[in-house]
Design a protein around this ligand. Structure first.
Ligand code: MN
Length: 232
C-alpha cells in the first residue's frame, strides 16, 4: 500500500436501495458526466434550436454528489436554478461502445438535481469560458438512492417531474430525451474511456427556475424513490 502523505479523501458514493442490497450499500463514483439541452422544450427555453445537433457534455466533480437531503445556497450567486435529471450509473465501460451494447454497462438509476448558478453559467457562456463555476460547485448534485437494473429495469420512458414547495414546475417523459441513454453512453465512449463508477446525468425537461433558502424541491421519476431536498 502506498504511503500517503495526507489522509486519502473519502470515495464519493451514492446510496443504494431495493433488491437484495442491505441498508448501507453504496455505489462508488469515479466520474460525473452531464449532458446539456437533452429535452427539446428545455433547449427552446434556453434560447436554442431543438433540432438534433451533436450532443455536448460537461462534468461535475464526484464529490459534488450529495445525499444529505439539504442543499446549502451557494456563495457568489443570486440566481441558482434546479434541473431535475435521471442519473445513470455504469458498472463497466470501455471505448467505442456500440449503441446496441450500451445498456449492458448500466448498473442502475437514481433521481438527481443538476443545481446551477445560472448567472455565473450565463457569464461563462457569453465569454466563451468553461462552465465549472456555474455547475461544479459544492453539493451541486443532490442525488437520491440508486436502484439496480435488476430491481427497476431500464428507464427509457415514464414521468420525470419536479415540484417546488408542492407546485409542479417541471414535467416531462423520459422518452422525450433527444439523445437516449444508450446513445449518450456510445457517444461519450468515442471521446472518453468509460469505466465502472462513472455516472451520467441525462438532462432536464423544460421549466427550470430559481430556488430560495427555505424552499423544498421534490424530484419524482417513475420507478424510483422521490428525491426531496431542502434549500438552506
Ligand atoms: Mn442539466
Amino acid at each position: 500500500m502506498a504511503d500517503f502523505v495526507i489522509n486519502p479523501p473519502p470515495t464519493p458514493v451514492i446510496p443504494v436501495v431495493g433488491g437484495p442490497f442491505d441498508k448501507g450499500s453504496a455505489f462508488p463514483v469515479r466520474r460525473v458526466y452531464c449532458i446539456g439541452r437533452n429535452y427539446a422544450a428545455h433547449a427552446v427555453e434556453m434560447g436554442h434550436d431543438p433540432d438534433r445537433e451533436a450532443p455536448f457534455f460537461f462534468q461535475k466533480n464526484p464529490e459534488n454528489l450529495d445525499n444529505s437531503g439539504t442543499f446549502p445556497y451557494p456563495t457568489q450567486s443570486k440566481d441558482v436554478h434546479y434541473e431535475a435529471e435521471l442519473l445513470v450509473a455504469l458498472k463497466s465501460g470501455g471505448t467505442n461502445i456500440k449503441t446496441k451494447d450500451a445498456l449492458g454497462h448500466v448498473w442502475g438509476y437514481a433521481p438527481a438535481l443538476d443545481m446551477t448558478r445560472r448567472d455565473l453559467q450565463g457569464q461563462a457562456k457569453k465569454m466563451g469560458r468553461p462552465w465549472e463555476i456555474g455547475k461544479a460547485f459544492e453539493r451541486s448534485a443532490p442525488v437520491g438512492p440508486l436502484r439496480s437494473v435488476d430491481d427497476v429495469g431500464h428507464l427509457d420512458a415514464g414521468l420525470i417531474e419536479l415540484r417546488l414547495n408542492g407546485e409542479i414546475k417541471q414535467t416531462g417523459d423520459m422518452n422525450q430525451m433527444i439523445w437516449k441513454v444508450p446513445e449518450m453512453i456510445s457517444y461519450l465512449s468515442d471521446y472518453f474511456e468509460l469505466a465502472a463508477g462513472d455516472v451520467i446525468m441525462s438532462g432536464t425537461p423544460a421549466g427550470v427556475g430559481p430556488v430560495q433558502r427555505g424552499d423544498e424541491i421534490a424530484v419524482t421519476i417513475q420507478g424510483l424513490d422521490d428525491l426531496i431536498v431542502k434549500v438552506t
